[in-house]
Design a protein around this ligand. Structure first.
Ligand SMILES: CC(C)(COP(=O)(O)OP(=O)(O)OC[C@H]1O[C@@H](n2cnc3c(N)ncnc32)[C@H](O)[C@@H]1OP(=O)(O)O)[C@@H](O)C(=O)NCCC(=O)NCCS
Length: 262
């Protein structure tokens, strides 16, 4: 009886949503098994191979903990997470960071130079696998936006990593971001979530992140072999991996989409 089961799970979901709360991620230690479950799906292994992110992420975690939030259910289980960084941005597309990585760099360097931020950059969100598709990411994004409001920042933007782009690695991001469904909303579900919260497309970010590694590292991350230099479609890749065997190097540039929340 699928209808009754559906009704039941909706009711359970509603009750759980009612009982959920937002906390800072650094407010307390979280159980390892809960974190493992929360972060178990959604990102390819090579996502951590961005050299600049590795260099800056420690200071981000330390300085911008108020922008790193957990959605917690009534059993104290973290079921979704999202985080961002504050930057100064003049509101013009030309002044946007090139993407995710440059936003992190601008946030850290701005903080070090004492530059007053006026913009929240939402950098990412994740929902525990069993609760995807129920609007929990929207709860986290809303909480982050409220934090921006409380800080008096005028603007909220995001270099959105379009989750469906991995199925279209050959398509330029400028084209992909404009694809829409019959109802006018974006083809990409994660772009749609932002649109539901009132966000609009701002600009393509074709080189939002750059991941580099040796050929052996890329083979380990992707479970593939790369016998020749050239371009390869890789699992979970939003664009192509470029292998240069003579330099023993693989470079992958991740495209994102800048969106602006109202
Ligand atoms: C992207 C993500 C954060 C969205 O969170 P969410 O709470 O599931 O978001 P929503 O409830 O708004 O659902 C978004 C879309 O996911 C789709 N969806 C539904 N069930 C799903 C499931 N089980 N798995 C994946 N996507 C699902 C739906 O199509 C929905 O779009 P629609 O309602 O317009 O059709 C979540 O899927 C996730 O954690 N993904 C892995 C990490 C990631 O890619 N994060 C984004 C980049 S930082």
């Amino acid at each position: 009886m699928p209808d009754r089961e559906g009704d039941y799970s909706l009711a359970v979901c509603y009750e759980r949503a009612m009982a959920m709360s937002i906390e800072r991620t650094d407010a307390r230690p979280w159980r390892d098994e809960h974190l493992k479950e929360l972060f178990s799906e959604g990102f390819p292994e090579f996502i951590t191979a961005d050299r600049l992110v590795k260099e800056y992420i420690g200071r981000i975690r330390e300085w911008f903990g108020d922008l790193n939030l957990m959605l917690v259910d009534d059993h104290d289980v973290p079921v979704a997470s999202g985080w961002g960084v504050p930057i100064r941005w003049d509101g013009q597309p030309e002044d946007l960071p090139a993407g995710y990585t440059e936003a992190l760099v601008r946030a850290v360097e701005g903080h070090e130079q004492g530059i007053e931020p006026d913009t929240l950059v939402i950098c990412g969100a994740i929902v525990t696998p069993s609760l995807k598709g129920r609007g929990l990411a929207g709860e986290v994004l809303t909480a982050l936006r409220q934090t921006a409001g409380q800080s008096g920042w005028d603007r909220v933007i995001a270099p959105v990593r379009p989750t469906a782009k991995a199925r279209y690695p050959l398509t330029p991001i400028e084209t992909f971001m404009r694809w829409s469904r019959e109802d006018g909303t974006a083809l990409d579900p994660w772009i749609r979530t932002h649109q539901r919260l009132g966000a609009t497309l701002l600009a393509a970010a074709p080189a939002s992140q750059t991941m580099t590694g040796t050929v052996a590292e890329w083979e380990g991350w992707t479970g593939m072999t790369f016998p020749d230099s050239g371009e390869y479609v890789i699992p979970g890749g939003l664009s192509l991996l470029r292998i240069d065997r003579s330099a023993d190097q693989g470079v992958y540039q991740e495209p994102n989409v800048w969106m602006r929340h109202s």
